[in-house]
Design a protein around this ligand. Structure first.
Ligand SMILES: Cc1cc2nc3c(=O)[nH]c(=O)nc-3n(C[C@H](O)[C@H](O)[C@H](O)COP(=O)(O)O)c2cc1C
Length: 371
């Protein structure tokens, strides 16, 4: 039996998370680049998409499973890679991994995850995808690639939209750094959020676990600007598994990546955490789908907050959709039960939306059935 957590929407989860998390952590998760105007526009672009109901089509049997590479995902949405998830709740990374294992959906494991990549691959029952940041001169990066291969990862997600870490004023105001320092300001913040502090700090501050006690280090703020097309070609030549490129918004870049052998592109504005002026990613998705043709694998993340939003992204051309912040809000709000509650809400919303549209499967959305 699922413990009731009061989560009936991702906004419920966000509201509860805001109460429970220290300001520093909430703003690290919730914040976006610059004035956050881009984040607002990105949400509005998704909200403004209309889907037209169709009637009398017998939609009593609806299928949420979708084919993703060589696997059948039980849900049409998965877990986007996020750094330092354990700040939202102790063992958040493991909760996500277990969910991925249960529902056979991909679990993006960040370069700066708070649990090491080997543990998460195991806990996810092999569903983890390793997300790679190129950084510095690339030597540490290639060691990580080798380590992911040795661990048994089959899919690598190269994130390309962080040439430099975006300026997120809310995060900067609280002095958020990894590993974080507990100065007077943070002390007051943590003291005012004892539930989080008792459960999280007592377990030891979350760390960037892929770098613990290893012979290479990762500075979150180090420039990642040296990556170029040759970097991608080298990686493609080196990595034998699936290679997904995350953070593409321009059709020209998408076409070039497709030509150079990327197995899929994840259209994303990084949840508008990088460039306030970025176009709404959902609009970029439609343009990129147009450019790459109907059969090239396109994934989507950024601003998805409900099952209706998931359906909209499929209608705009996605083959699979990933969620970011809402999953962290849910775990901050109610731990593993909160995560499962929100996950179930999303699945129900997708199913109900399909019913409204007179559809019984996600693939029909790609045929323009909803518009
Ligand atoms: C707290 C946080 C940490 C993130 N860390 C990473 C990361 O390490 N690597 C990465 O590729 N994307 C990272 N992202 C971006 C997400 O993968 C995803 O693109 C974004 O959150 C999707 O937007 P949404 O939060 O509106 O769903 C992070 C996002 C958040 C909120």
């Amino acid at each position: 039996m699922l413990r009731q957590t009061g989560i009936h929407s991702s906004e419920d989860a966000r509201r509860l998370a805001r109460k429970r998390l220290p300001w520093m952590v909430f703003d690290y998760v919730d914040g976006a680049a610059g004035e956050e105007h881009g984040a607002m526009l990105a949400r509005r672009a998704i909200q403004d998409i209309r889907l037209t109901p169709r009637v009398l089509r017998n939609v009593s049997r609806r299928e949420l499973r979708v084919q993703l590479f060589d696997k059948l995902a039980v849900r049409p949405f998965g877990i986007s890679p996020m750094g330092m998830c354990n700040l939202s709740a102790p063992d958040a990374d493991l909760m996500l991994a277990r969910l991925a294992a249960r529902d056979r959906v991909p679990h993006g494991v960040s370069t700066v995850a708070s649990t090491d990549m080997e543990t998460l691959l195991k806990a996810s029952g092999g569903m983890a995808w390793f997300q790679l940041y190129f950084s510095g001169d690339g030597s540490g990066t290639m060691k990580l690639v080798e380590r992911a291969r040795a661990a048994g990862y089959g899919t690598l997600v190269l994130t390309v939209d962080v040439p430099e870490v975006g300026r997120r004023p809310r995060e900067l105001r609280h002095g958020f750094k990894m590993p974080f320092r507990i100065g007077p300001r943070q002390f007051v913040d943590f003291a005012l959020h004892p539930r989080w502090s008792l459960s999280t700090l007592i377990r030891g501050r979350p760390q960037m676990a892929n770098f613990d006690g290893r012979n290479y280090v990762f500075d979150r703020t180090e420039s990642r600007a040296a990556a170029d097309w040759t970097t991608f070609e080298t990686l493609r030549a080196t990595w034998p598994g699936k290679l997904v490129v995350k953070g593409v918004l321009h059709p020209g870049d998408a076409l070039r990546l497709k030509a150079l052998g990327a197995d899929a592109i994840q259209v994303s504005s990084h949840g508008c955490r990088q460039l306030d002026a970025a176009p709404p990613a959902i609009e970029a998705l439609a343009a990129i789908r147009q450019a790459v043709g109907p059969s090239y694998p396109l994934f989507y993340d950024s601003g998805i907050r409900s099952g209706e939003d998931v359906v909209k992204a499929y209608a705009m051309g996605a083959d699979f959709v990933f969620l970011g912040r809402p999953l962290l809000y849910a775990m901050a709000a109610g731990g593993e039960a909160g995560l499962h509650q929100l996950w179930e809400v999303l699945a129900q919303e997708v199913s109900l939306t399909l019913a409204q549209l007179g559809l019984t499967e996600m693939a029909a959305l790609r045929e323009g059935a909803a518009r």
